[in-house]
Design a protein around this ligand. Structure first.
Ligand SMILES: Cc1ncc(COP(=O)(O)O)c(C=O)c1O
Length: 382
């Protein structure tokens, strides 16, 4: 019998990864587990893909992405003196996932240390493990914002720091002052910052999404990762992009084309159409998330045994519970009570004692699911 032995890094990934294989909600259950918009992709995007295919745009695209798309994306990046963005600064990727994989595999090697404030989107740590690097989890503060003292201790000598802003899973939005403080901490170091801004359009009243590219002390060391998935309800289209310091962009482009070749040509034409959508199409979706967020806050605030930092952006509520059971057990118990959520432990050690609730779900499902969660976890069962 032939021994079929995957590479050692696959053993490491399997040992380390807390990312569950996702399964559809069973009959009668409501899912508040998914990180994807429940809206359809706007029709002009679909029409552009269809027109592209019908007009013969069915061959390989430029390996860095359609020049037209890269130029359109570059023109929307924040320019500043000495920095005019061009198509050459942008790589179109297989979603933000492809961008993150490309930059981590391009810039992190065996033994390199990567700082990840946690709880964090679980893909980051898995990619670092795949690259042979070392994950250095730095717990967030109680308000789910950065603990800058802890970061100051961890960052010297690190190769990279990765975060999302607005954040999955915590729903917080980093403030300008926080980003500036990070830039000051990094002054004089070679740490590369990866700022995943997938949820940049989903920010709630009183909060503002400020890109790391707009912060003077961060912009020259930041690889900016973006996706069409969340803003335009295009998760299944698989299109994102990255930009940043040219050496990092070129290295990431090399990894991306090695792993993927070029991104689907018709999808890139659809992405161009998404950029031209009138603002009110995205605004209407954001407004719906805002109403759902209010529903979440109304259901989960002031419930004995539960503590919620109100979501500031994205479409997640990261709920702390008092019950003394691991979050993976709580997620299973909730699934038995027909509401699916994600265990906080998936997002790092400090996620323990939390569940992540996605409010990218229909209002009726949300009400039903929240009532089931409160019914099970409210008034802390020991
Ligand atoms: C913070 C964050 N980054 C990246 C992604 C992946 O995005 P994409 O669909 O573009 O690969 C997700 C998806 O949930 C996410 O939450």
């Amino acid at each position: 019998m032939t021994a079929v032995l995957p590479a050692r890094r696959i053993d490491e990934l399997r040992r380390f990864s807390r990312r569950p294989a996702l399964t559809p909600a069973p009959p009668g259950a409501v899912s508040l587990a998914m990180g994807e918009p429940d809206f359809p992709t706007p029709p002009p995007v679909i029409e552009a893909a269809e027109a592209a295919v019908r007009s013969g745009k069915t061959h390989y695209a430029d390996q860095k992405g359609l020049r037209e798309l890269r130029a359109a994306l570059a023109s929307r990046l924040p320019a500043y003196p000495g920095r005019a963005w061009s198509a050459d600064d942008v790589v179109v990727t297989h979603g933000a996932t492809g961008a993150l994989a490309a930059v981590v595999l391009a810039m992190v090697g065996p033994g390199d240390r990567v700082v990840i404030p946690e709880p964090a989107y679980s893909l980051y740590a898995d990619l670092v493990v795949l690259a042979g690097g070392t994950v250095d989890f730095v717990p967030l503060g109680r308000d789910l914002h950065w603990d800058l003292d802890a970061l100051a201790a961890a960052l010297p000598g690190a190769t990279m720091m990765i975060f999302s802003n607005p954040s999955n899973p915590t729903g917080i939005v980093h403030r300008k002052r926080e980003l500036e403080a990070l830039g000051e901490l990094l002054d004089g170091s070679d740490v590369l910052v990866v700022s995943d801004e997938a949820y940049h359009r989903l920010v709630y009243p009183g909060h503002e999404a400020i890109s790391a590219l707009a912060i003077e002390s961060l912009r020259d060391r930041t690889v900016y990762v973006q996706t069409f998935s969340k803003t335009y309800a295009m998760t299944g289209w698989r299109v994102g992009y990255l930009t940043g310091p040219r050496d990092a962009v070129d290295a990431a482009a090399h990894v991306h084309r090695t792993l993927n070749g070029s991104v689907n040509t018709a999808v890139q034409h659809a992405a161009l159409a998404a950029l031209d959508l009138p603002d009110n199409i995205v605004d209407t979706m954001v407004d719906t998330y805002r109403r759902r967020r209010e529903l979440v806050i109304a259901h989960l605030s002031d419930v004995p045994g539960l503590h919620l930092v109100p979501p500031e952006g994205a479409f997640y509520a990261f709920l702390r519970y008092a019950a003394a059971r691991p979050s993976e057990v709580i997620a299973r118990e909730l699934a038995e009570r027909k509401v699916l959520v994600r265990a906080g432990a998936e997002y790092g050690p400090s996620g323990e004692g939390h569940i992540r609730i996605s409010f990218a779900a229909a209002e009726d499902d949300l009400r039903t699911g929240l009532a089931r969660i409160v019914g099970h976890l409210g008034a802390a069962k020991p």
